[in-house]
Design a protein around this ligand. Structure first.
Ligand SMILES: [Zn+2]
Length: 222
């Protein structure tokens, strides 16, 4: 296939094929771990890694995340346009918004977990989830003590991904987003400067969401 934007028809692509293979392997392996936790049921969720300033690798739409392989990963431009075979995840625009906005973001993970769904649906007036005082907050890049407060904004769900990406952008302008955001009745997005750091944050988030549900069931208003 001729690389997009290459008028000379040479086989060179505007991304490194070894970078793509490494990203695809990392996304597939991480995706299977996420599925095994029960955070990505029924082909939901999407994952990505930056390849360079102009392209990222992202999961193909509708793939079973429990069976994810390198063949389920494709390349898109930072405007969301497919740059290799396949149809990208419907929410690709939320990944590319983060990469455009945050030059240090190397990986983005998005899940549809039970705890994030329960928390955001059961408290429809809650526009921010506050996580405070937990030792596991140290799993987040830049946080070094449990005496920290992580505020996670909750956006209402929509199928209009461009509109949601604009909302996220505006919330970043306002300084409301640091490590993650939630979408009501839907799931969470988090990002970091490596896939390992991103997965660590996701695991901490899912743990803390689950803990918050359990504490509220016990009657603690967290
Ligand atoms: Zn989703």
């Amino acid at each position: 296939m001729t690389a997009p934007g290459n008028p000379h028809g040479s086989p060179a692509r505007p991304w490194s094929s070894s970078d793509f293979r490494a990203a695809a392997r990392s996304i597939a392996a991480t995706g299977v771990r996420i599925y095994d936790h029960g955070w990505s049921p029924a082909t939901s969720s999407n994952y990505s890694m930056r390849l360079n300033d102009r392209f990222c690798a992202v999961t193909v739409s509708g793939r079973d995340k429990g069976l994810l392989t390198e063949a389920d990963i494709m390349v898109v431009g930072m405007d969301g346009t497919p740059a290799s075979e396949g149809k990208p995840s419907a929410e690709t625009g939320l990944h590319t918004q983060l990469y455009r906005r945050l030059p240090g973001a190397a990986a983005v993970l998005h899940t549809h977990s039970p705890a994030s769904t329960v928390l955001t649906m059961h408290y429809p007036q809650e526009a921010t989830l506050v996580l405070e005082g937990y030792e596991l907050l140290k799993a987040f890049t830049g946080i070094t003590t449990h005496e920290s407060r992580l505020e996670i904004p909750v956006f209402d769900n929509t199928q209009d991904i461009d509109a949601l990406a604009a909302e996220v952008d505006a919330a970043m302008d306002a300084g409301r987003i640091t490590h993650a955001y939630l979408i009501r009745g839907h799931g969470v997005y988090t990002w970091a400067d490596s896939m390992a750091a991103c997965y660590r944050q996701l695991e901490a988030l899912e743990f803390l969401f689950s803990v918050t549900v359990q504490r509220r069931m016990l009657g603690t208003r967290t």
